[in-house]
Design a protein. Structure first.
Length: 319
């Protein structure tokens, strides 16, 4: 496994704890660090559309890992300040208003804070506009970290409610645990018990705008797909999970491939790797995943993919 892939796996292992806090000697308040793990849609059905606002209704099983951004927040005298670093930071440099800052302002408003203050540093390692919820994960990490920094004591449900005002994927990213997503993404239920398995993530470094994918699907005349029936008791092993996933699909995969044909090449490359049980695109793309029973096989597969692609391999964040 090359250094980049190994680093992704190491960061996911570290992220499994979800957060760490470092107390500065004599400091009244801690510097807080939170992981922002990738969200992967093992399947994604477009089940309908809300008449009131046109938002699509979805049905998906989401898991987290094996790569993550990292956010640290520290006390300062005044203002909200965001610094960007990491290999994918340049993709966010032109954004006038990062989701992390929007989350900070939303949390402060919900808590009745007139003059919130924090220094935030985002170590950006997930590719942008890639179908793995990086921006939503960053916003969720900001909610968790600032809740602790500011001593608000809000529970996960309250943070998820605040997160829903920022984006439909933020609530599921607040807990960052396997979940069934429905509605526009805000209706959450625990996932069925999952077996141990590993994922390889691969992105050809091509951004695919989500609105364009939904528009291409609508223009194709594709029908809506009924929600999946998942086993209440879960799956005995990775092979059983993969068997059921193969009967499901990502309804956004075909329109995304029409817009970005390279996605089909990524899927073919994953499926060709020894030990890959199923391969699929996540979210609206272009990141794809391969599901493996063993972490070492996933690592070898990631290392075998083209060096020019963004790659990560490792186990999912446990339930």
């Amino acid at each position: 496994m090359n250094d980049a892939v190994a680093a992704g796996a190491a960061r996911t292992t570290e992220a499994a704890g979800a957060a760490r806090t470092t107390e500065a000697s004599g400091a009244a308040r801690a510097v807080v660090a939170e992981a922002a793990p990738a969200k992967i849609n093992l399947y994604l059905h477009v089940a309908g559309r809300r008449a009131a606002d046109g938002y699509h209704l979805l049905d998906s099983l989401a898991v987290f890992g094996p790569a993550a951004d990292a956010l640290t927040v520290a006390p300062i005298a005044a203002g909200l300040h965001l610094a960007l670093e990491g290999p994918e930071a340049k993709s966010l440099a032109a954004e006038p208003d990062n989701l992390v800052l929007r989350a900070a302002r939303a949390l402060a408003a919900a808590a009745g804070m007139a003059a919130p203050a924090a220094a935030l540093t985002l170590d950006k390692r997930l590719p942008v506009a890639s179908g793995i919820g990086g921006g939503s994960a960053d916003a969720a990490a900001a909610l968790r970290a600032l809740d602790r920094l500011w001593g608000l004591g809000l529970d996960a449900a309250r943070l998820a409610t605040i997160g829903a005002t920022i984006g439909a994927d933020v609530p599921v990213c607040v807990a960052a645990r396997p979940a069934r997503m429905q509605g526009i993404g805000e209706v959450l239920a625990p996932a069925p018990p999952l077996p141990g398995f590993a994922l390889v993530l691969a992105n050809p470094r091509l951004a695919v705008p989500t609105p364009a994918v939904f528009r291409a699907r609508a223009e194709s005349g594709a029908a809506f797909t009924a929600p999946a029936t998942l086993p209440v008791r879960g799956w005995a092993n990775a092979a059983a999970l993969a068997h059921d996933l193969r009967a499901l699909r990502n309804d956004l995969e075909a329109p995304a491939i029409a817009l970005c044909p390279t996605i089909a090449e990524v899927l073919a490359a994953l499926r060709a790797q020894p030990g890959c049980l199923v391969a699929r695109m996540s979210g609206s793309g272009a990141t794809c995943f391969g599901l493996f029973a063993a972490t070492d096989a996933a690592g070898r597969a990631a290392a075998a993919l083209p060096a020019g692609w963004w790659r990560a391999a490792g186990p999912i964040t446990p339930a």
